[in-house]
Design a protein around this ligand. Structure first.
Ligand SMILES: [Zn+2]
Length: 378
C-alpha cells in the first residue's frame, strides 16, 4: 500500500490560509517600498498616528511584568523549532513521511512565518526607520562641524558628568551603583519620558513602558547593551554590564520604543530625554554616555585637544569607565565580531547606510543641540 503523502496534522492549517499570511508579508513589502523616500508620509500616516496607538496598546499588554516576554518567546520558539526538526527528520527517516512532503511543508511553513513576522515587525514599529530625521523635525543644523565645537561639547559634558557623579553611591570597587536595586532602577527611566522639561516638542509626554532586564547573559556576547523587541514592544537591557552602561542602554531602548528607530537618533534622544530625569543617576548615565561618543569624535578630529580635555575627567568617572572597559573586553570574541557584522548588515538593509557606524553619528546631533542651546541663550 502506498503511504499517505500528507500526515493528518499538516492539514490543520489550510494552504489558502498560509498563502494569505504569506501575502500579508508581500503587501507589507510593497508598502515599505512605497514609503521609502517619502518621510513626510511616514511621519504623518504612521509615526504620529498609528504607531503611538500601537505603542501604548502593546506596551500596556507587556509592560506590567518586570521580566521580558521576548526572552520567554525566543526560548520557547527555539525549543519548539528543535523539537519540530527532530520529529520531522525522524518521520522521514522511518519512512512515515516522504522527503518531498517534509521539504514542501518546511518551505511553506517558513514562508508563512517570514510573512507574518515581517508584517508584524514593520507595522508594529519598523516603519519608523523611514520617518523624517529628528534633525528635520526639530529644525536642527549639523552642517560643517568644527573640532572646536566637538571640544566645547565634550567639555560641557565632562563638567556635567563630574558634578553629577559626586552625588551618587558607589560599590566596594568605587564604581557607581543605584540605591534602589537593579530592576527598580530600570523602571524609573519612564519618569524622564513623562517629564515636561525636555526641550524638544516632539519628545514631550511620550508613553514608554518599563525596560526589562534580561535573565540570560546573552547580550554581552553579541556586543550589545540592549535590544528593542517590536513584537512585544519591549525595551530590553543586559543586566551584567556596569550600572551606568545599563541605565544609558535603558534610555536608548526607551527612545526606540518612543518611535525613533535610527541608532544615532535613539542614542541622542535617550540622552536628550534622560538628561532631564528627576534622578541624578540617570542624568549622569546620560551625560557620560554622550561624552564617550563626543570624546571619540574629538579624538579623531584633534588628538591633542582630546588628550587635554580628558585630563579633566574626575577620578570616580574614570573608575566607572575602567569598569566598562574591563567588562566589554571580556566579551571581545569572534562571536561578538560576527554579531557586529550581523547588526551592521541588518541596519543597512533597513536603510541605515552607515550600518553600525550610525551609533557614532549621534555626535552630529550633540553638536546641533549645542548650537541650538547657544542660539537660544543669546
Ligand atoms: Zn538601538
Amino acid at each position: 500500500m502506498r503511504r499517505p503523502e500528507t500526515l493528518p496534522q499538516d492539514r490543520r492549517v489550510p494552504w489558502r490560509f498560509r498563502l494569505t499570511l504569506f501575502g500579508i508579508g508581500v503587501v507589507t513589502w510593497a508598502v515599505q517600498m512605497g514609503l521609502r523616500g517619502r518621510p513626510g508620509w511616514v511621519e504623518t500616516a504612521y509615526s504620529n498616528t498609528i504607531y503611538p496607538i500601537v505603542r501604548e496598546f502593546v506596551g500596556t499588554l507587556t509592560g506590567w511584568m518586570a521580566y521580558s516576554f521576548m526572552e520567554l518567546i525566543v526560548l520557547v520558539a527555539i525549543v519548539w523549532l528543535i523539537y519540530k526538526a527532530v520529529t520531522v527528520t525522524r518521520s522521514v527517516y522511518s519512512r512515515r513521511r516522504s522527503l518531498r512532503n517534509a521539504v514542501a511543508h518546511t518551505i511553506s511553513f517558513t514562508l508563512t512565518m517570514v510573512g507574518v513576522f515581517y508584517a508584524w515587525g514593520m507595522f508594529g514599529w519598523g516603519f519608523n526607520y523611514y520617518r523624517k530625521p529628528f534633525l528635520q523635525v526639530e529644525n536642527l543644523d549639523r552642517t560643517g562641524i568644527k573640532p572646536e565645537e566637538l571640544r566645547a561639547v565634550s567639555q560641557k559634558l565632562i563638567v556635567e558628568a563630574n558634578e553629577l557623579r559626586i552625588q551618587l553611591e558607589e560599590d566596594e570597587d568605587g564604581v557607581m551603583r543605584t540605591d534602589d536595586g537593579d530592576r527598580a532602577a530600570l523602571k524609573r527611566v519612564r519618569a524622564a519620558f513623562r517629564a515636561p522639561g525636555v526641550e524638544y516638542l516632539s519628545l514631550r509626554d511620550g508613553y514608554v513602558s518599563r525596560p526589562k532586564g534580561l535573565i540570560l547573559p546573552v547580550l554581552p556576547w553579541l556586543n550589545i547593551g540592549g535590544v528593542f523587541f517590536p513584537y512585544t514592544g519591549e525595551p530590553n537591557v543586559g543586566m551584567e554590564q556596569p550600572v551606568h552602561d545599563r541605565l544609558f542602554a535603558a534610555c536608548h531602548e526607551a527612545a526606540h520604543q518612543l518611535g525613533w528607530a535610527r541608532e544615532e537618533e535613539a542614542n541622542f534622544i535617550g540622552y536628550a530625554v534622560c538628561r532631564r530625569h528627576p534622578d541624578a543617576d540617570y542624568r549622569y548615565a546620560a551625560a557620560q554616555g554622550a561624552l564617550a561618543y563626543a570624546l571619540g569624535a574629538l579624538r579623531q578630529a584633534d588628538q591633542d585637544a582630546a588628550a587635554a580635555v580628558m585630563l579633566t575627567l574626575s577620578k570616580p568617572l574614570q573608575r566607572d569607565w575602567a569598569a566598562s572597559h574591563e567588562f566589554w573586553k571580556r566579551y571581545d570574541t569572534r562571536l561578538a565580531d560576527a554579531a557586529l557584522r550581523v547588526n551592521d548588515a541588518y541596519l543597512k538593509t533597513l536603510g541605515q547606510e552607515e550600518g553600525i557606524r550610525s551609533y557614532g553619528l549621534m555626535v552630529e546631533l550633540l553638536v546641533a543641540d549645542h548650537r541650538r542651546e547657544a542660539h537660544d541663550s543669546r
